[in-house]
Structures are given as structure tokens and as C-alpha cells.
Design a binder for this molecule. Sequence first.
Ligand code: AMP
Length: 584
Amino acid sequence: MLQRMEVFDGEKVIKEFEEMTKDAERVQMETLKKILEENGWAEYLQNLGLNGRTDPQSFKECVPLATHDDFEAYIQKIADGDSSPILTGKPIESMSLSSGTTKGRPKFIPFNDSLFETTMQIFQTSFAFRNKQVPLGNGKALQFVYSSKQFKTKGGLAAGAATTNVYRNPKFKTTMKAIQSQSCSPDEVIFGSDFHQSLYCHLLCGLISRDEIESVSSPFAHSIILPFKTFEQVWEELCTNIRDGVLSSWVTDPSIRAAMSKLLKPDPELADLIYEKCAGLSNWYGLIPELFPNAKYIYGIMTGSMEPYLMKLRHYAGHLPLISADYGASEGWIGVNVNPMLPPEMATFAVIPNIGYFEFIPLKANAQDQEQEGDGALVLQENKPVGLTEVKIGEEYEIVVTNVAGLYRYRLGDVVKVMGFHNATPELKFVCRSNLLLSINTDKITEKDLQLAVEAARNVLAAEKLELVEFTSHADITSEPGHYVIFLEISGEAKEEVLRECCNRLDKVFREAGSVSWRKGKATGALELRVVRKGTFHKIMEHSLSLGSAMSQYKTPRAVGSTNTAVLHILCSNVVNSYFSTAF
Ligand code: AMP
């Protein structure tokens, strides 16, 4: 429940959460009832014949499981300006753009005030648990947050990244004021027109307030690392700006310049101090606590596709704890990290039972079951979804969400594992995206397989003191037979034999990952490793931002489909070396 309070009462928030999670089944039923009462007369539900019923049984009988494709026509109608009750009782007034990294184009997701309220609720709950472990004082927060450009859909609805819809809501500031340290950056920096300029000024604001900074955060681990990688390049320029009290002239956004001029005063002492700190660091290890000596933790999503960034993040973090942020999507929040001090690799998320209605499709079928059943062809068993309190510890599920903004039995596309229960609500570990990441013939390579393969290559590189900066993959079916391609960006110059070894290791993990046709000696060619020029993945990010993604929500696509021609072109035109596996 959202608390409307000037002074945040964390104990009360935790108490309410405990009560709610003890009664998770009943709270889920009430949540579904409320959603259906508020939206039952919307076109989508009317067509399915619910006729005012709000119980889970009728809901499951009448309403089919659906994907974004099934909602697309309805969402488009709303975006085009039809304000009749289509998906929700009250008209939808804005759209979120999900990152849509796999397909290469962002998707529209309906956003409304109720979704905003659930966002504030999870922020409060999460903060209450975090603050109990590591209380913050009256200092400031260095938050690398950016607003994407908001534009209007054909029908005049505001559209932008979900984070942008949240930051731009007038109630955001008042709610957050009570629960977090004040941001060290002025709004003009957050809402700046160019993220490079905003990022630079976030750093500058952090440095000016360096002694007051208590936490360093961004929605995702990637967006925490990026500023410090940038810092490595621009630290002397930052020192000069601080010394002279003058912002670099390439920061041209007038509102940012005006806001920064109020903060920047010539401070040679601070400039000297930062200069000395930087000169004294070896390979930037422990940069964050060195710059911000009173920081207590680093906070952001560090699980799932963010795990590959942990090594780099720990390098910058030195002794500072990394706290993994909560689990959700543009489609709605799901679970809160109630054990914030666990390392990110062990982070779980306790589902908040009143934040949406959740179902779980058991994923029991393994590659062998599939092979037997399908006579060589892959047959996926579709199991019946179970309710929130019916899930079993140790099992994996695909998560299905019914939210407060017009999505009903929506397959989010994530696989989660139940690690335990917090009272009666499950604690989930994020496993991976559920759609096959890569597939040639009947092979099945998941995001998790790819991560494991890349870890094997990372170890080979690390032994040579080389850093794997970024990676992605592609199933190339233009060759005969088709084959997998892994693109790696590496810092430093790797010797040919090292790269060949990386390539063989990647292939080995792929082949062990449960590929049906390989085991039968069929049709997939040797894996290809393509090394790309430094900065290639930065170009991909810039491309994605130009399509409307927000920096704060950006995730590197881990698989690039052949229809995503723009990103494939960036990758292929930057290849410096390529190797084929000789492992098999
Ligand atoms: P988007 O709506 O584009 O920001 O992406 C939402 C997706 O990000 C989710 O469906 C997950 O796949 C991923 N995600 C969000 N939160 C987490 C988390 N805490 N751990 C791992 N993956 C996450």
C-alpha cells in the first residue's frame, strides 16, 4: 500500500508488507477482483464473456493467455486516439516504450496512474528493507537517471520509456522526497535533451557534492558502469571545470548550462584533490569510494542480463556493497528485494501480492522429453499455469501478468525459479528471457547458455589481462549449414591463439547446452567468433536511443535477429577479425 506521508515510516511499510504476504492468496483474489471490477466493461474483456465475474476460476476459463502480439491491435487503437474503454475502464493517457531489444523495435505498453502508484509502492517497500540494513542520513544520492524524449502518438498520447513516464509524473518527486536522499543533480540534468551532456553533468554534480554522496545508483548495472567508464576518459576535463568553475563549452543544452552555473564555483582545492585521487589509483580499482568517501552502497538491477557487468562493477565499487534492485518491467512490477545485503548472484524477489495478478506456467519439459515426443521435431509441453501460492520451491516457471493497466494473462517472456517463500509469497530468482535466444533447425540456445559460454571466453581473456567489454549473438542461416555467430568487443589486443581458444570454448558450451540436432550429428556449422572494433556496442546503444529507448532502461541485445538489419549492419561493418571453431 502506498504511503502518503511527509516523513517516511519504514517500519510501518515493512509491517504492512509482512501482513499482506502472509495472506498472499486472499490478497491475490482481491487484486484480481479489483482489476476486473474497474475494467470489466472494457472491449477486450467484454468480448471474452466474463459478464461481470471476477473470480480466478472464471477469469482463467474465459481469458486466454496472450502475448504482446495479441494485444497489439488494441494498443494501436488506443495510441491512435480511440478513448473508448478498449483495455481499461478509464482511458489510457500515456504509453511506455519497452526496450524491445530482441526485435529491434520498441513496443508500446499502456501506462496509467494505477501503474504509477504500484511503482511508488515498490520503491517505498524496497527502500524500507534497504534502509533497515543500511540507514542513510541526510546526504545526497548520485543517481544516473535520464529521461528519454517523450513524443506524442498519432492519437496524441504521451509516449516515452516507462522510467520517463514515472520521472515526469508530478507525484514522483513528492513521494520520493520522503524516501530517498535528495538527488545531487538538478532536474535540468535529468531531463536534458542529450544524454551525453546529462551523464557528464551528473558526474560533475556528484563530484561537487562528493562528501555528501551516500548512494550511487541507476536503474541497471550497465548504466552505473557507463558513467565511470566515461569518467576514465574525461576526468581531467571534469577537474578543469571544477577548478575554473566553468562548464565545458560542448555542453550546449541551455537549461543544463543555466542550472549548472548555479552549482559550479571555482574550487581549485577540490580539483586538486580529485586529480590526486585519480593519479593514485591503479587501473581505476575502487574508483567509486575514492571519489565518494561517504557512499554506503551502489544500487541498481544487477541480475539477469546485467550479471555480465558485475565484474566491472565490483572493480569500480572496491569495498562498497552492491545492492540488487527489484524485479519488474514496463508491463508492471513483480517482486521486491527483501534481503538487500545478499550478493547480486543470490538476489531473489518476493512477489508483492497486491501489485498485479500473477500466474506461473511450469517449465518442466527438458530437451530429452521434447525429443522423444516430437520424433526429432521439438515439441514444447504447454503446462497449465498455477497461482502465486501454488508454485513449488526449486521449479522454474514462465511468468504471466495481469496488471492494472489493461494487460490480462500477459506472458511477460521471463523465466523465474522459485527459491523459497517469504511468508506465503514466493521469492523468485530471475533466470532468463523465455523465448529461445538463438535457434538453428531445432537447436535451443537460451540467454543463460550464452552467458555461460561468454563467461568461459571471459576467463580465457582475463588470464591474458584482457577485458571482455560487451557481447551479442546471431544465428546466421544465410550460410549452409547455418551457424552461430558471437560478436565480442574486447579492450586491448588479443593474440590470435587466445581468440581461437575463446572461439573453441564458446562452441563447447553451446554444444553442451542441449542441442538436439547436434547430438544427432545434423546440420549446424562451426561457431564463428567475430571480434568487433572498440566502440561498436556504444554505436548500437546510440542507435537504440535514437529509436526512443531511454538510457536508464537500455539493455544490450544479447541476440540480434536477421530482421534487425540496422544493428546487424553496425556489427558486421565493424568486424576486425573472425575465427571458426575447430573444437569439433
Ligand atoms: P523493460 O520493460 O524494457 O525495461 O524490460 C523489462 C525486462 O527487464 C523484464 O521483463 C526482465 O527481463 C528484465 N528485468 C527487469 N528487472 C530485472 C531484474 N531485477 N533482474 C533481471 N532482469 C530484470
